[in-house]
Structure formats: structure tokens, C-alpha cells
Design a protein around this ligand. Structure first.
Ligand SMILES: *[C@@H]1O[C@H](CO)[C@@H](O)[C@H](O)[C@H]1NC(C)=O
Ligand SMILES: *[C@@H]1O[C@H](CO)[C@@H](O)[C@H](O)[C@H]1NC(C)=O
Length: 422
């Protein structure tokens, strides 16, 4: 302050506010009101611009029981085509190749005959030629720390097992319980993921269960494709379990986003909306529900495709979005992640998976089953050399195994804060 009052090049008003005791209070008030008015109207303008960018003209809109609005947007009007390199892109209507199924009939081993679906289906469907997009509301953007950060991850949060320096990893506040494979070339991954609705302690925390397809080292140019389910009050404004995807080609810095919240993923499917709620979810000691997710690289076109359930081919990430993944992935991870913000100085009580430890097993602990990778011959295979990783097993743990119809599976998760995880 001394410097400012002495010889700073600041304007008169600033000097007067800072230096004149007499006018300090009234002028500071006036100037801060003025500032916040102009910055709030600037923010409003930015938010409106962002909404205009994200929400494309809809052919039809459907109001979901959870409060979402699902816009049926013409395939050619989706956010991907804002990308300069996609201006002349011809939409691929199907993958040239899809990795083969395992020999057993997965439909026979699914836990429930009632298929998992999305809540908005209760209120309507999108016609052929359109895709369902969860509309971004003003409040969604306002909850983000900045307009630019809406729809994007804030930190590098990939579990990095090999350089396990627990101090470093937990500092970012993200905790994981995963299984992984590395050291080979992978062209995709698959899993059947148990679906739950974990409790979130703080709105800025989340809990997710997903597959990570990773390329490159864990440096500034890490490539990642991610898909699974998540509960994220900040991103969606509620505690519902939602289908999500994420991608980045530079370790979450300038590229990538959740779902269709930036240009990248090209959706072709008119039945499933990214970021929309999935239901039903599993109950503790009750009915169990799970979703299949398969992500694979089309060997001919080089695009990375995603399938949800046994029949919904959602669309693809064009290969050119990536550097390492343009060739292949070098690591696959499956499992859970939560944010531990330690809001009250204690470990968060945000749950991972079902909120129960792996030892409780089926019906109580959350599982991934039939985890597979796509190998160099484009076949689905049992992953070799599976390892597990968790930062604090007393908070969230993971246990893997192998058995008959479940193939390679694991239980994971936990309650977070408890007497052993203070
Ligand atoms: C798209 O096509 C136009 C006309 O053929 C061409 O001028 C332009 O360079 C193309 N853009 C890209 C990104 O390929
Ligand atoms: C989400 O859950 C938390 C408690 O876990 C609760 O305090 C909050 O009100 C819920 N939010 C909504 C939008 O239901």
C-alpha cells in the first residue's frame, strides 16, 4: 500500500481510495459496487454466448422427469462440427469393424432382465437423423468456477500407479480404487459396470466409475478417453447417476471436455444422451443393475468408437483429436474416483461405488465384471498382468478376481470417512 500511495502509476481514484482515510469507506463501496456490476454483466454476456455455442437449434425438445431438457438436434448441427478440422467431415454412420464378442452369451448372465435405460425415455424419443443432447442451462454454467472451465476437469486426476507417491497424488484431492494394465498396445477396452448412486458430501466433489484409455506418458501431452457413470452436483446440479464421457489430448489443459460440451465427439445415436441420468440404480442388498461400455479403435478409419449397452453405438472420437491415441493406447484403467476436498478438515464422506468396501461383495459392494481389452488383432481379450491401485485402502479399496461368467472382475469402493479413514 505504501508503494501505491507513493509513486504508483495507478489512477487517481485508486490512490484516493487507498490513501485517504476520510473517503476510504464510502469510495471503496462505490467503486466495488461499480466494479461488480460491470463484471457481473460481462459474465452474464459470456454465459449467454457460451449457451448459444453449446445449445444447438432443436428439432424437438423433451422434458425429462429429473428436470433435464433433452434437445433433439440434427446430426449435422451437433457441437463437433464447430471444430475447424471437422467442417468437411463426412459422418461415419457405422464403424468399419467391431471387436468380436466372447464365446459366452453375456445376455444370459446379466443380473436383471429389465434393461438399464435413461430417465428421459419416459417422456419421448428423438427421431432418426437427430441426436439427443442434454441442454445446458444458465445455472449449469454459473456453477462452474469460470465460463471457460464449464464442462472441463480442473485437475490432472488420472490415477498414476507406477509413480505412486501417495503424498503427491492425494494433494490434488482425487482418490482412486482401480485395476489397470500397461506395457502393451491396446486398441480398446470393455467392462460391465455396476450402477449405484453414491452420496456426495460437498457439491464440488464427485464420484465416478469408469474406464480410462490412456496414451502417452503422464506428461503435458497425455491422451485420455474416458467413459462410465458419475454423480457430480457441480456439473449437473443434482445427485443423479449419469452416463458420461471425457476426452483430452493434453492432460486436461486446453483440449477436451465432458460429453458433448465441446467439439470432438461425433454422436450418431438417437437414443442415448451423454450426461443424462441412467436408471434404475442398484440397491444395497436389493436388485443389481449394470451397464456395458465398450470403446475401441476402428482399424480402418482410425476413429475411437463407443458402445453403450449391447446395442447402442453412440458415435466416435475422430483419431485426429489425439497424438498418441492416433496409434494405440499404452494403458487401460478401470475403477472409481472421488474428489476429497476435506471441507471440514476431515476426509470426505463422499462414497465411491456403492459406498461399501469390496469385502461385502455382490449386492452390497460395487463391481466391474468381464473387463477386457482389444488387442493388436482387434479381438477382445482377457487383460494380462492386471494390477490394482488405491491411495488409501482404508477409505476406498479394490479387490480383483476371476470366475466363470464374470471373467476378470473386481469389487471396489468404500465410504470415505470412517474411524480408519479420519
Ligand atoms: C473444406 O472444403 C472446402 C471446399 O472444398 C475447402 O476450401 C476447405 O479447405 C476445406 N476445409 C477443410 C478443413 O478441409
Ligand atoms: C445432494 O445430496 C446432498 C447430500 O448428500 C444434499 O445435501 C443435497 O441437497 C442434494 N442435492 C440435490 C440437488 O438434491
Amino acid at each position: 500500500m505504501a508503494q501505491l500511495c507513493g509513486s504508483g502509476k495507478r489512477g487517481r481514484a485508486v490512490k484516493m481510495v487507498l490513501c485517504s482515510l476520510l473517503f476510504l469507506i464510502p469510495m471503496a463501496m462505490a467503486s466495488s459496487v461499480g466494479r461488480s456490476r460491470s463484471s457481473s454483466s460481462r459474465r452474464k454476456l459470456e454465459v449467454q454466448k457460451q449457451l448459444l455455442r453449446l445449445n444447438k437449434p432443436a428439432f424437438k425438445s423433451i422434458k425429462s422427469p429429473d428436470g433435464d431438457i433433452i434437445d433433439c438436434v440434427h446430426v449435422k448441427h451437433q457441437p463437433a462440427f464447430d471444430h475447424p478440422l471437422l467442417k468437411n467431415h463426412t459422418v461415419q454412420t457405422r464403424p468399419s469393424f467391431q471387436p468380436g464378442e466372447r464365446s459366452f452369451d453375456e445376455s444370459k448372465v446379466s443380473s436383471k432382465s429389465k434393461p438399464i435405460t435413461q430417465l428421459w425415455h419416459l417422456k419421448g424419443r428423438c427421431p432418426e437423423g437427430t441426436i439427443p443432447i442434454r441442454r445446458t442451462k444458465e445455472d449449469d454454467v454459473l456453477r462452474a468456477s469460470s465460463v471457460e472451465s464449464y464442462g472441463r476437469k480442473k485437475h490432472l486426476s488420472i490415477p498414476q500407479p507406477k509413480s505412486a507417491q501417495p503424498d503427491l497424488i492425494t494433494q490434488s484431492g482425487h482418490q482412486h480404487a482401480i485395476v489397470y494394465v500397461e506395457g502393451d498396445k491396446y486398441y480398446g477396452a470393455k467392462a460391465t459396470i455396476n450402477v449405484w448412486k453414491p452420496q456426495i458430501q460437498q457439491p464440488n466433489e464427485f464420484s465416478l466409475s469408469q474406464i480410462w484409455i490412456l496414451g502417452g506418458s503422464f506428461g503435458q501431452d497425455l491422451n485420455s478417453i474416458e467413459a462410465g457413470w458419475q454423480v457430480s452436483p457441480d456439473l449437473y446440479g443434482d445427485n443423479n447417476t449419469r452416463l458420461f464421457t471425457y476426452w483430452t489430448s493434453d492432460a486436461y489443459q486446453a483440449t477436451g471436455c465432458y460429453n458433448l460440451l465441446c467439439s470432438g465427439f461425433i454422436q450418431i445415436n438417437n437414443e442415448i444422451a451423454m450426461g443424462a441420468s441412467v436408471y434404475p440404480v442398484s440397491g444395497y442388498g436389493g436388485s443389481q443393475y449394470d451397464i456395458n461400455i465398450l470403446v475401441w479403435k476402428d482399424p480402418k478409419e482410425g476413429n475411437w468408437w463407443m458402445q453403450f449397452g449391447n446395442k447402442y453405438v453412440l458415435g466416435y472420437w475422430p483419431g485426429f483429436l489425439f497424438s498418441y491415441l492416433v496409434d494405440s493406447a499404452s494403458m487401460i484403467e478401470w475403477g472409481g474416483e472421488v474428489v476429497n476436498s476435506q471441507a471440514d478438515g476431515q476426509h470426505t464422506s463422499t462414497q465411491m461405488g456403492s459406498g461399501h468396501f469390496p469385502g461385502e461383495s455382490f449386492g452390497k459392494a460395487s463391481y466391474f465384471k468381464n473387463i477386457q481389452i482389444v488387442d493388436g488383432s482387434n479381438n477382445l481379450r482377457v487383460p494380462k498382468g492386471i494390477a490394482t491401485f488405491t491411495e488409501q485402502p482404508n477409505c476406498y479399496d479394490v479387490q480383483n478376481g476371476q470366475a466363470g461368467n464374470w471373467g476378470n472382475y473386481f469389487y471396489y469402493g468404500g465410504p470415505g470417512r470412517n474411524p480408519k479413514c479420519p
